[in-house]
Design a protein around this ligand. Structure first.
Ligand SMILES: C[S@@+](CC[C@H](N)C(=O)[O-])C[C@H]1O[C@@H](n2cnc3c(N)ncnc32)[C@H](O)[C@@H]1O
Length: 310
C-alpha cells in the first residue's frame, strides 16, 4: 500500500477519536516524524514573517504593526515571535485548539537564539535589541515561568476560539496573517472567517497577508506521488479520503480570488509559484478541475496582500 494511503487511513481513524489533535501530534512525532522543528520549516516561516512585515510597512507607511492576529499558528509560533522581535505590542494567535505547549515554545525561542548566533536573524527581521534581550531573559528563567507568563512576556495571547466569531473589537488590528492555513479550511468556513477579518482589521492602514500552500500535502510525506495527486478525485471520493485533523480543501488560486472578490476584499499584491505543468498533465483530473486553464490549476502556492485605500 502507498505510504500516503496509509497516512490517510490513520488520520481518518484518528479524526473520529476524542482528543484527535493530541493523538495526531503523537502519530506525527513518532511515526511520520513530521513535528520536529526543522531548519527548513523554521526558515520558511521566518521568511513569511519577513514578507508580512515588509507588506505591512509598504501599505501602511508605518514601521511596525502594533496589533497583530494570526490564524492557525500550529505547533511552533515562529511568525508571532518574529513579530514580537520586530516590536509588535499585542500578538493574537487564534485557533480552535491549542497546538503549542511550553516545551514547543521553548524549542522555538531556542531556534531564534541559534539563528541570531549564526548571524542570519537580521536577514529576516529588523529586531529591536531590547526584545532579543527579553527572549534571552525568558529562556534563562524558563523553568520558573508558566506558559501564560511566557506568553505574556512575549506580548502574545492565544485565542482558543472559532475565527468565524472573534472576541476582538471592530477596527482593532493592524496586521492579520496566516501561513499555509487557508488550504485546510473549506470555503463555507473560510468565507465567514474572512468577513471577521474584514471586521477587525483597521480600515485605515490595516494590512492582511496570507500564504496558501495548494499542493497535496500527502506528497510532502510520500515522494512517490506528485503535488497534484489529490486533484484526480471527485468531491465525493475526496470526502472519504480527507480527514478533520488535517483537512485539505483542494481550492485553487482562482477559487480564493473569487472568494476575495465576492467579499469585496482587495488583492493589492499577489505572488504565486507556477508549479509543474508536466506533472499536472500526468494526472487524470477530476471534472471540476478541467474547466480552467491548466496553468491556473497548476499554481501550487500563492500569497495575497490586502489593504484598503484610505
Ligand atoms: C494545519 S494548521 C496550519 C499550519 C501552520 N500555520 C503552519 O505554519 O504549520 C491549520 C489550523 O487552522 C485551524 N483552524 C481551522 N479552522 C479554524 C477556525 N474556524 N477558527 C480557528 N482556527 C481554525 C486548525 O485548527 C489548524 O490548527
Amino acid at each position: 500500500m502507498r505510504k500516503w494511503v496509509l497516512k490517510a487511513i490513520v488520520q481518518k481513524t484518528i479524526s473520529y477519536l476524542p482528543l484527535s489533535h493530541k493523538i495526531n501530534y503523537i502519530f506525527q512525532k513518532y511515526v511520520t516524524k513530521g513535528v520536529y522543528l526543522s531548519d527548513e520549516y523554521f526558515y520558511d516561516r521566518l521568511g513569511h514573517a519577513k514578507v508580512h512585515i515588509k507588506s505591512y510597512q509598504k501599505y501602511s507607511g508605518k514601521s511596525t504593526p502594533g496589533s497583530c492576529l494570526e490564524i492557525g499558528t500550529g505547533w511552533y509560533p515562529v511568525v508571532p515571535i518574529g513579530l514580537f522581535l520586530a516590536g509588535a505590542d499585542r500578538i493574537y494567535s487564534v485557533d480552535i485548539t491549542l497546538l503549542t505547549s511550553k516545551e514547543r515554545l521553548q524549542t522555538t525561542l531556542q531556534k531564534f537564539v541559534a539563528c541570531r548566533q549564526s548571524g542570519r536573524l537580521t536577514d529576516y527581521i529588523d529586531f529591536l535589541p531590547g526584545r532579543f534581550e527579553a527572549v534571552l531573559e525568558i529562556l534563562r528563567d524558563y523553568e520558573k515561568l508558566s506558559l501564560d507568563e511566557v506568553l505574556s512576556k512575549l506580548n502574545m495571547s492565544y485565542l482558543i476560539e472559532d475565527a468565524r466569531k472573534l472576541s476582538l473589537s471592530d477596527n482593532s488590528i493592524d496586521l492579520i496573517n496566516s501561513n499555509n492555513t487557508f488550504e485546510h479550511i473549506y470555503t463555507d468556513v473560510l468565507i465567514p472567517i474572512l468577513k471577521e477579518f474584514k471586521r477587525v482589521l483597521k480600515k485605515q492602514g490595516g494590512v492582511m497577508s496570507h500564504f496558501i500552500d495548494m499542493s497535496d500535502h500527502f506528497a510532502h510525506f510520500d515522494k512517490s506521488i506528485t503535488i497534484y495527486n489529490f486533484l484526480k478525485f471527485t468531491d465525493k471520493q475526496w470526502k472519504w479520503i480527507d480527514n478533520t485533523v488535517q483537512p485539505q480543501s483542494r481550492s485553487r488560486i482562482y477559487d480564493y480570488k473569487q472568494i476575495y472578490a465576492g467579499l469585496g476584499i482587495p488583492i493589492s499584491e499577489e505572488s504565486f509559484r507556477k508549479g509543474n505543468l508536466d506533472e499536472l498533465k500526468s494526472i487524470p483530473l477530476a471534472k471540476k478541475f478541467t474547466d480552467k486553464p491548466l496553468e491556473e490549476v497548476a499554481k501550487s502556492h500563492c500569497h495575497f496582500v490586502s489593504h484598503w485605500d484610505a
